[in-house]
Design a protein around this ligand. Structure first.
Ligand code: ZN
Ligand code: ZN
Length: 257
């Protein structure tokens, strides 16, 4: 199982390198997807953010809603404390907080059984977003749009922070406003979603509670497991933690510069 997972990640990494052909969508995140019996399906984004982020969450939800295979809707989150963002099966929890000098601006994590996502969370770190360098609408839009996109199963289109923007929030950049702007998805992202969600499943993920899948929402690098892509502390990176019985947590991180 582990070998298969790593093989899938490797295959994705290779296809990302050959991404030059723009017509071919190739930035899925493994083959991870939400199980569902029909398209389009609706994914609830649980709003646990405060007023400094709620507009950005709403924008990210609107950004992704044009997808032909999925809709997102923002619903009221259930966490009294934003520091806790432990995901509930079938939900995408979205949280903000001053999580401290963790090194990261934002993280997105999915819990999976096989290729099927069972829960997800997004966290954005106000310890950095309170700093002038990051406290811009463009930076907030990029990070929120990208982290939410990861919870669908999307990978990055590009991870070079200093090259010309591709015009997608799935392209990490230190210059999110561009031009072109990397604050919203582009058509390539929607094509990739069609590819990821081209098959149907015989069940819906929210009805399946995978046994043994830990609902981890750790802020520390040590809680995310093995690094399978990228670099600790720079750019973007991916971590996989195995929980046994085919259950994994995959965490995507945007590091602060
Ligand atoms: Zn499936
Ligand atoms: Zn990312």
């Amino acid at each position: 199982m582990r070998r298969r997972l790593l093989a899938a990640l490797t295959a994705t990494a290779v296809s990302t390198l050959t991404f030059a052909a723009p017509a071919q969508a190739s930035h899925s995140w493994g083959n991870y997807h939400w199980a569902r019996t029909a398209n389009p399906f609706t994914l609830k984004l649980d709003n646990n953010v405060d007023s400094s982020w709620s507009n950005y969450l709403n924008t990210a939800s609107s950004d992704w809603t044009p997808s032909s295979v999925l809709n997102t809707t923002v619903v009221s989150g259930s966490f009294g404390s934003r520091s806790s963002c432990a995901p509930t099966t079938g939900h995408v929890e979205v949280c903000n907080g001053a999580y401290g000098s963790t090194g990261w601006l934002g993280i997105a994590s999915i819990s999976t059984t096989g290729n099927h996502i069972s829960s997800a969370y997004v966290k954005v770190n106000d310890t950095y977003f309170s700093q002038a360098q990051y406290n811009t609408p463009a930076y907030r839009r990029l990070v929120m749009c990208q982290e939410v996109g990861h919870t669908f199963g999307l990978d990055h289109q590009d991870t070079n922070q200093t090259n010309t923007n591709l015009g997608s929030c799935m392209d990490y950049s230190r210059n999110p406003a561009g031009p072109p702007s990397n604050e919203h998805p582009n058509s390539h992202d929607f094509t990739q979603l069609q590819t990821i969600y081209s098959h149907l499943d015989s069940f819906n993920t929210p009805t399946v509670a995978p046994s043994g899948a830990s609902a981890l929402a750790g802020n520390a690098r040590s809680s995310w497991g093995e690094r399978v892509r990228g670099t600790d502390g720079r750019g973007v990176a991916t971590y996989v933690r195995e929980h046994g019985r085919g259950n994994y947590t995959i965490t995507r991180v945007i590091w602060a510069n």
